[in-house]
Design a protein around this ligand. Structure first.
Ligand code: AMP
Length: 307
């Protein structure tokens, strides 16, 4: 089985949307990525850190999905990273109310020995120096390195982010962040500028408006499924990234054509994630539901115009 190495925050999240409020639930990029990638035939491991306030039940939830957590350090007496967000009525924009790095502040990642030859590395949202350090520890060159980041790191660690971007193949980023990083309003121009910063493939996520995959002059668009119920968009980007990286890991094919399918899988899995608060929907999701929703994606985008 192919191996997927996942790096990213593991967090307590407190979320408020127009539909309700939660207090300190399981969050962070890595759990969303790991849960999403667990729908593929692969071996995965998470490299991250938590404090000893992190409940065993959350760890069990990850291991129940066959995610290796030997690289998830537990710091004695430490406090787990805490993030809090408030969504506006359109659910496409949010205010960050708190980012308490806690144990993430001076985290030194340690890649488990048996994942130093991972086929795909998914560098989830974390300090770019941590993302770089994970790449430094790899003993063989991964077939694909995917990086996700956010405005927080652009604001406080831009030079380090630009350095790690030179070492990756794919970046997944949302539209606002792509504009911030490139200084371009047009997403086509933004993708071209980001491409010059390193990654050969640029995926721009547009929330409920889908995602764009750019590669040189080619572009592909994956819609987001119009959903009846959207409760909480938190982690949608990470779930997307997990689906994208998971599908590529399983299929061992890094062509642009196959990446189109990866983008569809990412959108598909993200469409479930937003239906409940936090990771709840992903934890209770089964493979049949994932496959049957793929059919909806097909019907949504297929048309037959004669040219
Ligand atoms: P997304 O909605 O895909 O942007 O991801 C939200 C997740 O990212 C939440 O579960 C947060 O815990 C996590 N998160 C928020 N800010 C940061 C940060 N600065 N570094 C790492 N993870 C973060």
């Amino acid at each position: 089985m192919n191996k997927l190495l996942i790096v990213g925050s593991v967090a307590f999240d407190a979320i408020e949307t127009p539909f309700g409020k939660t207090d300190k639930i399981l969050g962070g990029a890595a759990p969303y990525i790991g849960l999403s990638a667990s729908f593929f035939n692969l071996q995965s491991a998470i490299v991250s850190v938590v404090g000893d306030d992190f409940p065993q039940e959350y760890l069990d939830l990850l291991t129940a999905r066959n995610i290796d957590i030997s690289g998830l350090e537990v710091v004695k007496g430490g406090k787990t990273f805490f993030w809090s967000g408030l969504y506006h009525n359109d659910l496409n924009s949010r205010d960050t109310l708190a980012t308490e790095l806690n144990v993430l502040g001076d985290f030194q990642p340690k890649v488990p020995q048996n994942f130093k030859n991972a086929d795909v590395v998914m560098l989830g949202n974390l300090h770019p120096l941590v993302q770089s350090s994970v790449l430094d520890q790899m003993e063989s060159k991964p077939k694909l390195v995917v990086l996700d980041t956010m405005n927080f790191w652009m604001d406080c660690a831009l030079p380090e982010l630009l350095d790690v971007m030179k070492r990756i193949d794919v970046i997944t980023i949302n539209d606002e962040e792509a504009r911030q990083l490139s200084g371009e309003y047009s997403l086509v121009k933004a993708a071209a500028k980001i491409h010059e910063m390193g990654p050969e493939y640029v995926v721009i996520k547009k929330g409920e408006h889908g995602a764009l995959l750019f590669h040189k002059k080619e572009v592909f668009f994956a819609p987001a499924l119009p959903l009846e119920e959207v409760f909480d968009p938190t982690g949608a980007g990470d779930t997307f990234a997990g689906g994208f990286a998971g599908f590529i890991t399983q299929s061992e094919n890094i062509s642009f054509e196959n990446m189109k399918n990866a983008v569809i899988y990412g959108s598909n899995l993200a469409s479930f994630s937003v239906e409940k608060f936090g990771t709840e929907r992903m934890v209770n999701l089964d493979k049949e539901e994932v496959v049957s929703r793929l059919q909806q994606f097909k019907s949504l985008t297929q048309f037959d115009i004669e040219l």
